[in-house]
Write a protein that binds this ligand. Structure first.
Ligand SMILES: Cc1cc2nc3c(=O)[nH]c(=O)nc-3n(C[C@H](O)[C@H](O)[C@H](O)COP(=O)(O)OP(=O)(O)OC[C@H]3O[C@@H](n4cnc5c(N)ncnc54)[C@H](O)[C@@H]3O)c2cc1C
Length: 457
């Protein structure tokens, strides 16, 4: 097909998700001409996570746009709890974080993206092109020089000093670049659906574990975004057992839902998320970088994926803006982005893999649940809820905006951060040991985490 139009920009970002739109906004704010390509015509799509964590809210504060963000309808959670059998416990507490906002904001992702793109549009260099689907990379020898995109008006070629793949876990860009993907085995999938919520329902309880199942219920005002965690690959078997059985299982785990489960009238209302954890061995080559889920797909455990995508965007803008302005982005600089963001990503993926092992353990106990001893011990440790709150809410190495409008916190308490990280690692190691000791010998091989190995996405 003939090329209809040719465009030139400094930086071409493929993908208008959290990583791409935030990065486009940050680069435009630095005076850099940036074109963001998004294959959909709007941001309104299936549920893809709603959690805007304190680390991301801190970035919005530093950008001077937090007050406007908080005017967009959302819910706030300052503590998160779980119910295991008849034991209800607080698991994470965000109220002592050294951040401007000491809560997670729950906002539909399309509202968050619309908000960020509106901020980007205040800068003349920000060019967001909806319904532009990148199909291949353009090269000049070894160097990537741009992308070809299909659009409603035909093929368009966009040349750029740098292409950044922010096109998510099914990334076209990383495939076209031939990047090697390292997969981590995952024993779970998630079924997402809506159930209406009553004002007198239990507050702040996110996880419900009983009868060999785990149900996440995220308070979205008048409804729950519900997620049933299931053994990987078991959705077809669940469907065969029928919708009636599915609904009665939900009521068994969370009896207060009662008749409301009848709102689920067909399988169309229930969406499967095939959970993945993976990362690229190398995130870059000359003229090209991948960040966000395109560089490292995250599990929904902890609801951190959006926030890691945002942190990647901030680090990328901080490290690359001066060179992009000068038209002089070396591969050494791209490698610095990977070096900066790979360690926090790997730490969090490791903790997510550990959480998956806990869930595989749940699947093996179909009777009435009692919280395992390791969990009871760990959750009683003094300060542990704040450690977990910090790990989830900020994560290792939170990023800060270059040239902030409002000053970043003078000190996040490096000592406090180190103690918290040490505490989190200690709890994980202790939990892993105790879990291994308590694990029945019959865990099916398919439910165990396989060791990391190269794979395809
Ligand atoms: C069902 C579900 C629930 C989740 N729950 C949570 C949660 O609660 N909290 C959380 O933090 N994370 C959650 N996540 C993960 C989170 O959505 C991702 O980690 C995060 O969105 C990654 O951001 P990203 O910008 O890197 O990629 P994405 O959000 O995947 O964005 C990629 C964008 O690129 C576009 N695109 C793809 N290919 C092309 C192409 N060829 N050309 C142009 N555009 C393209 C896509 O349309 C998309 O808009 C969930 C994910 C799913 C699927």
């Amino acid at each position: 097909m003939a090329v209809n139009e040719k465009l030139r920009t400094k930086c071409c970002i493929v993908g208008g998700g959290p990583a791409g739109v935030m990065l486009g906004y940050l680069l435009a704010r630095e005076g850099i001409a940036v074109t963001v390509l998004e294959k959909h015509r709007d941001f309104f799509r299936d549920f893809r996570g709603d959690t805007v964590h304190p680390s991301t809210l801190q970035v919005l504060h530093e950008l001077g746009i937090l007050a406007d963000f908080l005017k967009v309808p959302h819910q706030q959670i300052a503590q998160a709890g779980a119910k295991i059998g008849d034991l209800t416990v607080q698991v994470a507490d965000f109220r002592r974080l050294p951040t401007r906002c000491k809560f997670i904001a729950l906002m539909p992702q399309w509202d968050f993206l619309a908000f960020l793109s509106d901020q980007g549009k205040r800068y003349s260099g920000f060019d967001l092109r909806m319904s532009y689907k990148a199909t291949e990379l353009l090269h000049d020898g070894r160097r990537v020089t741009g992308v070809r995109a299909s659009t409603p008006e035909g093929l368009v070629e966009i040349t750029a000093d740098l292409v950044i793949g922010c096109d998510g876990r099914h990334s076209t860009i990383r495939g076209a670049a031939g990047f090697e993907v390292i997969e981590k085995g995952v024993p779970i999938d998630v079924l997402w659906f809506h159930i209406s919520r009553h004002s007198n329902d239990p507050a702040q309880v996110l996880g419900n574990v009983n009868y060999g199942k785990a149900l996440i219920l995220i308070n979205r005002g008048d409804y729950y975004q519900a997620g049933l965690i299931i053994p990987k690959g078991s959705f077809d078997a669940i469907k065969q057992q029928g919708l009636e059985r599915f609904r009665s299982d939900l009521v068994k785990i969370a009896p207060f839902l009662g008749d409301r489960v009848n709102e689920l009238q067909d399988w169309e209302a229930i969406k499967l998320l095939s959970v993945q954890i993976n990362r690229l061995k190398r995130w870059h080559r000359p003229g090209l970088l991948c960040i966000g889920d395109a560089a490292h797909a995250m599990s929904p455990a902890g609801g951190v994926g959006i926030n890691y995508a945002i942190q990647d965007a901030v680090a990328t803008a901080n490290l690359l803006s001066p060179a992009l302005r000068d038209g002089n982005v070396s591969e050494r600089l791209l490698a610095q982005v990977q070096r900066r963001r790979e360690l926090p990503t790997r730490i969090v993926q490791q903790v997510q893999a550990f959480a998956h092992r806990g869930l595989a353990y749940v699947f093996l106990h179909p009777g009435e649940a009692t919280a395992p001893t390791p969990f009871r011990v760990i959750i009683q440790l003094p300060g542990i809820k704040h450690v977990i709150g910090r790990f989830i809410g900020m994560g290792p190495r939170p990023e800060h905006v270059r040239n902030p409008v409002t000053p970043r916190p003078r000190s996040e308490g490096m000592l406090q951060a180190a103690v918290m990280l040490g505490g989190a690692c200690g709890a994980v190691v202790l939990g892993a040991r105790m879990l291994r000791k308590n694990r029945p010998r019959t865990i099916p091989r398919s439910m165990r985490n396989r060791t990391e190995r190269p794979g395809v996405h």
